[in-house]
Design a protein around this ligand. Structure first.
Ligand code: SF4
Ligand code: SF4
Length: 360
């Protein structure tokens, strides 16, 4: 380990130089594989650029993801068994899907990957995490299910589901000294995930300082502003011009948008190649990047409680300003009166007038 000055002003640790790294990606939490599908759309950087070594300064990357792999069955699992036996020193563990904690949910298991050659029994996802996390250089949660539990971890669920930091502990550190890194989203925004992975790979290569994370363990540069602050419709909010139904181009707060209090860069970044981004294209923000999702944001499609106050308070200001702007806009749509086709100039210019007192 060596200490370096981080760009945000504090000394921190980076791992030793590493020139080859395996990414062991487990999709066997409870989920839909949507995060694996999502990252195939990334372009900043693309998955292909990372695994084909097109980006200078990165370690050589070997990706092992069941959705994107050529190998299957025991062939695919070999590298996971190797890592669990301690025969693979440089790997990053990526978790996708909610983690059903069988210690809470009782007998049996809810999710597993492969079978144990010794017992012939399925290997539960939690068993893989127990075996692999202590040996990993970094542990990353991809998507809301893996990071905070998501829909599977709702009140009343029988599975004991939770996110990776709930399972390992919020203060958990990898053998390289890295905290858990959470990249939430349902699914994860493709470039958010790949940019975070790129950062970690640079850190493991010894050329980047400790990844800056917020208190929900999300990369700060991606999650430190709200949906509302980046929304294409924010001007409608400021003018108290609210949609009453879907299909409107106005602010969606009264039909259920939580954007003013949710941290997510999707309206700014778009979804694929800069295009899309929930409220920009007519979808209310349901707060899927937040640790409280979904319970604390339900019922969806109702006006959020805080929005009732703010949209009520903004109304007198917004309506007045909107009408004043209409007057100004009307004025601006007319050319100045001295632009005409009459024979005399009426600009007010007088060649005999001293320069200091000239109206122009
Ligand atoms: S649609 Fe949502 S995020 Fe956009 S301005 Fe309205 S409340 Fe804010
Ligand atoms: S804008 Fe809201 S719903 Fe859309 S990805 Fe971000 S947090 Fe989720």
């Amino acid at each position: 380990m060596m200490a370096v000055e981080a760009p945000y002003g504090r000394k921190t640790q980076v791992a030793p130089n590493i020139d080859e790294v395996h990414i062991l990606w487990i999709t066997a939490g409870l989920g839909c594989d949507g995060d694996s599908v999502s990252i195939t759309a990334a372009s900043e950087p693309s998955l292909e650029d990372v695994v084909l070594g097109a980006i200078p300064g990165l370690p050589k990357v070997h990706l092992h993801n069941p959705v994107l792999a050529y190998a299957n069955g025991e062939d695919f699992l070999q590298v996971f068994h190797q890592a669990a036996r301690g025969e693979l020193s440089n790997f990053v563990l990526v978790l996708e899907g909610s983690i059903p904690n069988e210690k809470l949910s009782g007998d049996g298991y809810w999710a597993a990957m492969g079978t144990d050659p010794a017992t012939g029994q399925p290997i539960p996802t939690t068993e893989w995490i127990d075996r692999l996390a202590p040996k990993a250089l970094a542990v990353v949660g991809a998507g809301t299910c893996a990071t905070y539990g998501g829909i599977h971890a709702m009140k009343g669920n029988p599975t004991g589901c939770m996110g990776i930091a709930d399972y390992l502990g919020w203060d958990w550190k990898s053998k390289a000294g890295l905290p858990i890194v959470n990249v939430p989203g349902c699914p994860v925004q493709p470039d958010n995930f790949m940019e975070t992975l790129l950062y970690l790979l640079r850190q493991l290569a010894g050329v980047a300082p400790m990844i800056p994370l917020d208190d929900a363990l999300r990369p700060k540069w991606l999650f430190n502003f709200t949906v509302h602050e980046g929304c294409d419709r924010a001007a409608y909010y400021e003018q108290a011009d609210f949609a009453k139904e879907y299909g409107s181009r106005k602010c969606l707060v009264k039909i259920g948008c939580w954007g003013p209090v949710v941290q997510c860069n999707v309206p700014k970044r778009g979804w694929i190649a800069g295009i899309g981004g929930c409220p920009n294209v007519g979808g209310i923000c349901i707060g899927c990047t937040m640790p409280g999702f979904p319970d604390k944001l339900m019922p969806f499609m109702d006006e959020p409680p805080g929005a009732r106050i703010s949209s009520f308070l903004v109304k007198p200001y917004g309506v007045l300003i909107r009408n004043l702007r209409k007057i100004t806009n009307h004025t601006l749509k007319k050319e100045p009166k001295w632009r005409h086709n009459r024979p005399q100039s009426t600009t007010g210019y007088r060649p005999d007038m001293p320069e200091k007192t000239h109206p122009l």
